[in-house]
Design a protein around this ligand. Structure first.
Ligand code: SF4
Length: 600
């Protein structure tokens, strides 16, 4: 007899059935279970285990990996305050404390009646309109004390989030400077028609001629990536759009997916025509859950317009469709091989490379993973030609780049520039003054001081995925770096020990300095730690975790020296304290059972 919990008529059964009980959809299924039930209970896991024939350990491992999935009960209203440094600068912690005091709880706690839980999360991609929060995955920006009080009232009255005032959920694009891409008068279908007229060889030639490089930060040549994938042997080829922009301070993909979704999907379709793919995925970060329905509506419209599905634009044999997968709060999934693991319903652990996704990606088949912005650019290249595109920007960095600008400036938002623009020009345009530093390309990027403001945004000088955070003279650059170290420790996926332990040690060192217990020897410790992290970590997160600290020590050393009151080194890890539970268990508290100066 069928278990009634998993029958098609049951709520869980309906979710599993919609995804065909396919383990590749495990993450999507878990996400929907949580949306339905508030958390992923042991019972729900048992049900999924039986319905999907997936081992319980695997379900638990996946559920435990993503920070937006809960295997312990949380509040009926799950409030997560965005905790990027720009949110801090806008007073997010005071707002969090205000809300927590209202419900008589602390950060990280659930209220006794189970009504609300309050915590922080990494940057939610609303830095141009912060401070921001997520309530049951819905994004709310421009928080003020008054709005927090209104939200507390709505929660007290248990008003469903869907019935809260629409104005709370308004997200504006803030496009402040448009260049060729954002000014483009694009009509759906035009770029596909142009690509089909060129033929797949011709289209690939145009992409190569444009010298287009990936806009996710690494700058790999798009034409080469497409060519390698197209030539790779496989039963199927896949196109993946990486919309998991998690780098603190970046939000350009949010805007492109809101206002230029047709171009994103059209770029994916052009790529499919070149590499012979029949299926594509858009991997959308969980913080942008609110975009899921609008994006699905665009996909549905494009199917009715003959721009997706079978025989696209009447071309027999050109069959391609796109589905959207949602992430669930894991920064590491922005790395392309981790993203593919996540697409396959697994933990988002980066793979060993080689092989690269172009030969062995989704389901081990040849896969192109492109950034949202890169795919938009391919539409322009299809219509206007690679040669036209290559004339924009600099020879090594052709075309334009979108910057997400936030922090201390009068006009935060999206700015499009030809590559080669100076940092000084960007600062003048966004209304920044008394600037002490700019953090470019997120926490893992570079922090530049005023004597470097003539440097250029370009792959040959300052490469960036787009994050551009401005700090004026009133800001404490130590606190900026400390915020980033907490970010890395929070986002370390835990797969490899050097990163898991190293990022925590780094946090301890920065917290120790903050507490006034640091000494100059800590700087050497941090340098040593960086060597280990760089050499032994499995992926870029571990490699770059010390960057913000090393950069700010080098360029803003007084911010650190102000905190040095100790001349002697005090370890960041309290070994003696950590051994206290063991001493209690063994009922030993003699001198030899302690570590510390007095017993050395
Ligand atoms: Fe995970 Fe860090 Fe290792 Fe990357 S370096 S795989 S984020 S633990």
């Amino acid at each position: 007899m069928t278990d009634p919990r998993i029958g098609a008529g049951s709520p869980l059964g309906a979710i599993v059935e919609r995804y065909g009980a396919d383990p590749n959809y495990l993450l999507q299924i878990l996400r929907e279970v949580q949306e339905q039930q508030g958390w992923i209970s042991p019972d729900a896991i048992s049900t999924l285990e039986a319905a999907m024939d997936v081992p319980r350990t695997k379900i638990e491992a996946v559920a435990g990996f993503y920070s937006f999935l809960y295997t312990e009960p949380v509040g009926k209203y799950r409030v997560l305050f965005s905790d990027n440094i720009t949110d801090r600068m806008l007073g997010n912690m005071a707002l969090l404390d205000r809300m927590a005091a209202h419900f008589g709880i602390k950060r990280g706690e659930v209220s006794q009646d189970g009504l609300v839980s309050i915590d922080t999360t990494s940057c939610t991609g609303m830095c141009d309109q912060g401070p921001a929060m997520l309530v049951n995955t819905r994004a709310i920006s421009r928080l003020t004390a008054e709005r927090i009080d209104q939200i507390c009232e709505l929660i007290r009255k248990e008003v469903p989030v869907d019935h809260w005032p629409c104005g709370f959920f308004q997200v504006t694009d803030n496009i402040r400077r448009a260049d060729v891409l954002l000014k483009d008068g694009f009509k759906p279908g035009e770029a596909i028609a142009a690509a089909l007229a060129l033929g797949s060889d011709g289209m690939l030639e145009q992409i190569k001629a444009s010298n287009l490089r990936g806009r996710g930060g690494a700058g790999f040549h798009t034409g080469l990536k497409w060519e390698l994938c197209r030539k790779a042997a496989g039963t199927d080829h896949y196109v993946v759009c990486n919309a998991d922009e998690g780098e603190p301070g970046t939000f350009k993909d949010r805007v492109l997916l809101t206002s230029c979704a047709d171009q994103v999907f059209e770029g994916m379709t052009i790529c499919a025509s070149v590499i012979n793919a029949r299926r594509g995925f858009l991997y959308l970060r969980g913080e942008y859950r609110y975009l899921l329905e609008p994006l699905n509506a665009v996909l549905a419209r494009r199917r009715t317009q003959g721009l997706l599905g079978k025989a696209i634009q009447g071309k027999q044999g050109f069959d391609f469709d796109i589905e959207i997968h949602l992430g669930a709060g894991a920064y590491v999934c922005g790395e392309e091989s981790a993203l593919i693991e996540s697409l396959e319903g697994k933990r988002g652990t980066p793979r060993n490379r080689p092989p690269f996704p172009v030969t062995s990606g989704y389901l081990n088949q040849p896969t192109v993973v492109n950034n949202v912005e890169t795919l938009l650019k391919t539409c322009m290249i299809a219509r206007k030609g690679g040669e036209w595109y290559a004339k924009l920007g600099t020879p090594k960095s052709t075309g334009t780049k979108l910057l997400s600008i936030s922090g201390d400036c009068d006009r935060p938002g999206i700015y499009e520039y030809e590559f080669g623009v100076t940092v000084a020009q960007v600062l003048a345009d966004c209304g920044a003054y008394n600037v002490q530093a700019v953090q470019i390309s997120g926490a893992a990027g570079v922090c530049i001081a005023p004597d470097e403001f003539e440097r250029k945004i370009a792959f040959e000088d300052i490469p960036t995925a787009g994050s551009f955070m401005v700090f004026n003279n009133s800001r404490d650059m130590f606190e900026v770096a400390r915020n980033f170290t907490h970010f890395f420790a929070h986002e370390s996926c835990g797969f490899c020990t050097p990163c898991r332990v190293g990022t925590s040690l780094l946090v301890n060192m920065m917290d120790k300095l903050e507490a006034g217990k640091g000494s100059p020897a800590d700087f050497m410790e941090i340098k040593d730690l960086n060597k280990h992290l760089f050499k032994l970590s499995h992926c870029g997160l571990g490699h770059s975790a010390c960057n913000p600290v090393l950069e700010t020590i080098a360029k803003f050393r007084p911010a650190y020296e102000r905190r040095l009151v100790h001349k002697n080194f005090v370890p960041a890890f309290d070994l003696d304290g950590a051994l206290a539970p063991a001493r209690r268990l063994t009922q030993r508290d003699d001198a030899a059972a302690h570590f510390g100066e007095e017993h050395e």
